[in-house]
Design a protein around this ligand. Structure first.
Ligand code: LMR
Length: 356
């Protein structure tokens, strides 16, 4: 009798466990989610795309748009995996990662290219472009074309120029209206000799460091300020650790989207066509969005912070232009006289038009 009871108990437990396991396997929360990676996995090509900014910035949004377009155009056969916020590599590490094939695409700030390809310094010259229209003409014309071509000697395939916009100045050490106001301050800058020369000329102690260390440098008081576009100031919350913002539009900040040439050359004509078409569309989209994003995010900074904002008036802007003018003659031989002359011609065309 005892034996029968034990048997019934064991049997019931077994049935109950089997039912439970079966339920768990098929319950909605345990259903394996559909994973598009699994479909046609053998044929899928994956490109890792690493960048250092937030997703709600002109570069972050354009990278996501590009990934979407490639997915659509290839019916999921080509996947662009985007890694934002320097989650894979910092802007100091990403070239090496591209060269060694650890990532297939990056979109560094053009300022960071000057150290190995000095001609890119042309885009860092002070007040290089007086507005977005001049900028687009420069990037889509001879200047932009020559710069993309120049990457080939370094084994890099330049795919497109993506713009962010114009740089502004933030600081904790008093409002900055004139070049004198910035003297003696310490600033985080990108890795660019052209930018370094400008800060040297302004008698600023410039500290070259990665983008993702900027917040920390400011917060810890290691630097007084930094220069950046509104979208970077907004998305990385620099406005929370800076007291003053000067709308100076004193320099351009943009990107070159690139791939390792070996990786590019290994692709079939069909893949190259899909990547090229998607890149053209994402680039056109970026060009339309960048200005608007910076405008909207300036409003958000105004709403969300007590940072004191000052916009340079025409006279103040002229003071800055005059103070920084010697950089052109000093660096033209390094950058290339022809490129600097090309830029000056564009400036004469758009002369006296301030950035909108
Ligand atoms: C910076 O380092 O300040 C910027 O280049 C970051 C970026 O990629 O926009």
């Amino acid at each position: 009798m005892k034996k029968a009871a034990t048997f019934i108990l064991l049997f019931t437990t077994f049935i109950a466990s089997a039912l439970l396991i079966n339920y768990q396997r098929h319950s909605p929360q345990n259903e394996l989610s559909y994973d598009d990676d699994q479909e046609g996995l053998k044929d899928q090509i994956v490109f890792k795309f690493s960048h250092v900014v937030a997703e709600n910035t002109p570069k972050g949004l354009a990278a996501n748009k590009f990934a979407e377009l490639v997915n659509e155009k290839s019916n999921g056969k080509i996947k662009i995996e985007v890694f934002p916020n320097g989650s894979l590599y910092s802007d100091i590490e990403e070239f090496r990662a591209l060269k060694s094939g650890q990532v297939q695409m990056i979109a560094p700030s053009t300022s960071n290219l000057g150290t190995f390809s000095p001609e890119w310094g042309v885009l860092d010259l002070p007040f290089a472009f007086s507005n977005y229209e001049a900028l687009q003409e420069g990037l889509n014309g001879k200047i932009g074309e020559q710069l993309l071509q120049s990457l080939q000697k370094d084994g890099i395939q330049g795919l497109a120029h993506w713009s962010n916009g114009f740089k502004q100045i933030t600081s904790n050490k008093g409002p900055i209206y004139t070049p004198k106001d910035i003297q003696g301050q310490s600033f985080r800058i990108m890795q660019s000799n052209v930018i370094q020369s400008q800060f040297d000329l302004l008698k600023v102690n410039a500290h070259q460091d990665s983008f993702n260390s900027t917040y920390q440098l400011i917060e810890s008081g290691k630097v007084d300020g930094e220069e950046n576009t509104i979208s970077n100031i907004y998305s990385k919350k620099f406005y929370n650790v800076q007291n003053y913002l000067t709308i100076s539009n004193h320099g351009y900040l943009g990107y070159v989207v690139m791939m390792n040439q070996k990786t590019w050359n290994q692709q079939t004509p069909k893949t190259k066509q899909i990547l090229t078409e998607a890149m053209e569309e994402a680039t056109a989209w970026n060009n339309q969005q960048a200005e608007q994003i910076n405008k909207e995010q300036l409003e958000l900074i105004k709403q969300n912070s007590s940072i004191q904002i000052h916009e340079l008036n025409n006279e103040q802007r002229k003071d800055w232009e005059t103070a920084l003018l010697p950089i052109y003659d000093k660096l033209a031989p390094t950058i290339g006289e022809d490129l600097v002359e090309e830029l000056k011609e564009l400036q004469r065309k758009y002369h006296a038009q301030a950035p909108q």
